[in-house]
Design a protein around this ligand. Structure first.
Ligand code: SF4
Length: 233
């Protein structure tokens, strides 16, 4: 039976996953990009599209090692060098164009400083990001939440899977319908939203897997409609 997406239910899910897994402290930042503290996150948000974080992370390390680090460096480097550095992330020709497009906006429209871009209000920032080549809703919200540190809940395939399987009531199938579940019921807390998104992703990747979810070891099992229908546990 579908469950209303109450703050109580979402908080219970959050607390159980954190208790099980510990804090994930997402999004990881390893290298200094000077004044542009958001660079590693924005570049990572583009590189992780359609691939694993492991592959995206390797591409980030290669970019850093190659000295292509920061918006201005991306903007000014040769395309071939950029493609070579991000090869591990897959779709490298397209992703190099996306990185170049993003860097061009920061360099030419915001004085090379992402804090000027991130100073926009959430609706303005979202609209600006969605207007950049290669930035869709999920990537936009990754950047708003983790780089700009403003509350915009990130929805991805993992989030949808856990929400659907638990049986949380939802009024549609659009990105915004899933986002609304969290944004309408949880206080706008950047740390909480960032951690909850990361916990849901980790849970979907390791336990609530696409095929053969491991319901027998799931800490959400008594909250979940799918488990009930599978007669597991
Ligand atoms: S009980 Fe099974 S289907 Fe439900 S959330 Fe847990 S792993 Fe996923």
């Amino acid at each position: 039976m579908p469950k209303n997406p109450t703050a109580k239910l979402l908080t219970e899910i959050y607390e159980r996953l954190v208790k099980q897994n510990g804090l994930r402290n997402w999004w990881p930042v390893k290298h200094n990009a000077g004044a542009n503290a958001g660079f590693e996150i924005t570049a990572g948000a583009i590189l992780v599209q359609n691939t694993s974080w492991r592959n995206a992370s390797r591409a980030l390390e290669n970019l850093n090692s190659a000295g292509i680090w920061g918006y201005r460096a991306i903007h000014e480097c040769a395309v071939d060098d950029l493609v070579e550095a991000i090869r591990s992330s897959g779709y490298y020709n397209t992703k190099s164009k996306k990185l170049k497009a993003f860097a061009q906006v920061v360099v030419e429209d915001f004085n090379g400083n992402d804090s000027e871009l991130f100073a926009l209000s959430i609706p303005e920032l979202r609209e600006r990001l969605l207007g950049i080549y290669g930035i869709g809703e999920e990537t936009s919200d990754d950047i708003i939440l983790y780089a700009a540190k403003k509350p915009s809940f990130v929805v991805d395939a993992y989030t949808r899977r856990v929400v659907d399987r638990i049986g949380i009531k939802i009024d549609g199938n659009r990105y915004s319908d899933y986002q609304e579940i969290f944004e309408a019921n949880l206080k706008p807390d950047v740390e909480l939203w960032g951690e909850l998104h990361a916990q849901l992703d980790g849970h979907a990747a390791r336990v609530c897997t696409k095929r053969d979810p491991r319901c027998g070891e799931c800490v959400l099992v008594d909250l979940c409609d799918t488990r009930a229908s599978r007669h597991l546990g």
